[in-house]
Design a protein around this ligand. Sequence first.
Ligand code: ZN
Length: 401
Amino acid sequence: MISSSAGPRPADFTDVRATNLAVVLRFVRDKAPCSRADIAASTGLNKATVSSLVADLIERRLVREVGLTENRVGRPATMLVLDGSPYASVGLEVNVDYLTAVAVDLSGERLLSWRRSFPGATATAAQAVSAVAALTRRVISRMSRDRRQVLGVAVAVPGLIGTSGTVVVAPNLGWREVDLAGDLATALRDPGFPIQVENDANLAVLAEHRFGPLSGTPNLVYLTGEVGVGAGVVLDGRLRRGGQGFSGEIGHIQINPEGPACRCGRTGCLEAVAGIGVFVSATDPAEVEPEIREVVRRAKAGDRPTLDLLARVGRDLGRGIAIVTNLLNPEAVILGGYYVPLAPWLLPAATAEACDRTLAGDLGGCRIVASTLGYGAAALGGAARVLDSVDSGRLPALQAS
Ligand SMILES: [Zn+2]
């Protein structure tokens, strides 16, 4: 079983060791194949310490040796690469029209990617919890069939998530004060790995930061293109959640005081004027995807009312993006979800409008791009979040042999 502790603890020898193990693990992740001497030279840890740390990581099967290679001074050295073959990191996403599950190995290689339609807008929170638990159980059993141990699960929810994993409010799901992390742990009978719950946009931006074409870019903003619109913000390489974790609710910034009613009870919010709901007449959430396909078909056919609507939504989206570019000066704003298939029509209007409204020239160096990670971005970000925990030193325990 995995043991993992959360929260700050007093520094002691174990912490120093865990920190150093994490330093070595991250070095191997970034630089593999590399030798013990490379690690010592770059990290400043002495060679004996590096050898001991590497032995520990090999024993935990996080790192493995590959053949001998000539190193820089011509002496053969045993090279190290990430292993992680016995492990899986799992992310899930709950949304108004679907559930997604993604599992990756330690190096981020995709092990599975499932998407199920799900009546999130009409299901009760209890029904949602049991649907998520059922899907998680299937992922766990698939992983154990493949002899992989689950390192952790992180669930993306479109809403305000408190620090303990409670969904404070998720307006489009109709949830209020749902202890999703606790309820899932109970439903899974305390599975022995950590369960985290996080805002969907926050996880999606982590997925972009770790796995996307702009991975490693220190300043990124991701906008979810669902019925709701949320922003996930990475600044200086770190996810920014705000005082209580409630940052990024750009969907409820008022864009047009004369605009339509928003599900939050106010009027003219960004998601009311430029969320995917604008394109969708169906009350059945399962119809969102076919309706968006139909919008794409009409746009490709040059249908004037459709093109006008896309241009109008693009401009309103650009107004929202200008708030982001003026406030945060990101290097990229990434449009996700259903914005992706609509991006060819939304991006020109959105970019022009955002440029018009941003004080810095040329959008302050920001690019507005469509995500390439697909509908599973938030779930993939859940898996990235679990890997972040491992990389920061919450390593799986040594297995009793
Ligand atoms: Zn609103």
